[in-house]
Design a protein around this ligand. Structure first.
Ligand code: PMV
Length: 362
């Protein structure tokens, strides 16, 4: 599948060498993307909060090379050469080559760092792939200078489109603070090809929303994303699940407008548990929650029961728990975490993050 709109036909400029750097955040889905078709097309629409502190910083250096028949690049994580990252990036380059025809003309040095520990169990693919896609879109723009088609909104669209080809959820990390991805009847601009900023009214209650990530289990992922999405093929509940995602996204529109946090909690927690229910009922099946995940969930429910707190949880495809809560509860929730939840975190570790505004050129 080739999408004409994103193909750069020719470059009027030549640049021998250069450097560009972006920082790009992670995001946390409220309505989950789980299941995809060919070419990284999502089986259902999703929506996420863009985060602010959990991010990847990528510096891309490029220099023109003689041999223009192959890709050539080196990758460094925290200044250490990482040859085991190369196959993933090679696959990404192959997927995006049609849209970035300069890729074989240069040797690239990709230097990347995450603000969160690499082995924390927090997926770095969303922030990492979006940061790399943004760097490459910047090079595309440098070579196309003065080209009208690379205005800011098209730039973001193209970066999101390319990021999606690296890792689906990465397409929701370019902008903030709420991003939808996947065609949905309520969003005229929505697309399966890239993320779009949430276009409707958002109530004050969601301003500066917090996400504290409790690092319950920092182990390597038990199920890769590719395998995980694949489990939705021929899944007995797939069609109902995809319908439910459409409905939940639709219902969130009214919730964001009214600021109804009780309704928000119901949708977000149900989405998290549905994601895990899909994994538990696929073939093969997986349980990615750990005993401490359940301890934390039960304590969050008990805390809500005895206070008038609006804290809720969501999960990714792993054991860590994201606690979402409004700004005015930050102090109390921090106390709650320190008193009751740190004991369920590996080495007592958690990350205080918040809703953010998207990626930044450095
Ligand atoms: O972007 P991927 O292919 O790693 O998939 C991510 C899927 C979830 O994190 C589980 C949900 C989501 O929408 O982010």
């Amino acid at each position: 599948m080739i999408v004409e709109e994103f193909i750069t036909k020719s470059y009027p400029k030549t640049i021998e060498e250069g450097k560009v750097a972006w920082e790009s955040p992670s995001n946390i889905a409220l309505v989950k993307y789980w299941g995809k078709k060919e070419h990284q097309i999502p089986a259902n629409p999703s929506i996420s909060f863009t985060l602010s502190k959990c991010k990847t910083i990528t510096v891309l250096e490029f220099s023109e090379k003689e041999n223009k028949t192959d890709f050539s690049f080196d990758v460094f994580l925290n200044n250490e050469k990482k040859d085991d990252f190369k196959p993933k990036i090679e696959t990404f380059f192959k997927r995006v080559e049609a849209y970035l025809p300069f890729l074989k003309n240069y040797h690239f040095v990709i230097k990347t760092e995450n603000t969160f520990p690499h082995s924390s169990g927090i997926a770095s693919s969303a922030s990492g792939m979006s940061a790399l896609a943004l760097c490459l879109t910047s090079v595309d723009r440098m070579l196309s200078k003065n080209h009208e088609h690379l205005n800011k909104s098209f730039f973001n669209k193209k970066a999101s489109f390319l990021a999606r080809l690296g890792s689906g959820s990465a397409c929701r990390s370019i902008e903030g603070s709420l991003v939808t991805w996947g065609t949905h009847q309520a969003f005229a601009e929505s697309s399966d090809l890239y993320g779009v900023k949430y276009p409707f009214e958002v109530h004050e209650n969601f301003k500066n929303y917090h996400d504290t990530i409790l690092l319950v289990d920092k182990g390597e992922k038990q199920v890769s994303s590719t395998v995980g999405h694949g489990l939705m093929h021929n899944h007995p509940f797939a069609e109902e699940r995809f319908k439910q995602a459409h409905k939940n996204l639709n219902d969130l529109i009214a919730v964001f407008k009214s600021g109804d946090l009780d309704a928000f909690i119901k949708i977000v927690e149900s989405e998290a548990l549905t994601l895990h229910a899909m994994m538990m009922t696929s073939m093969p099946y997986f349980i990615l929650m750990k005993p401490n995940t359940l301890q934390v969930i039960n304590k969050i429910w008990a805390y809500r029961e005895k206070t008038d707190s609006k804290v809720c949880f969501t999960l990714d495809a792993g054991a860590n728990v994201h606690m979402l809560y409004p700004e005015n509860e930050a102090k109390n929730i921090n106390q709650f975490i320190n008193n009751e939840l740190v004991e369920h975190c590996q080495n007592g570790q958690y990350i205080n993050d918040k809703i953010g505004l998207g990626a930044k050129l450095l």
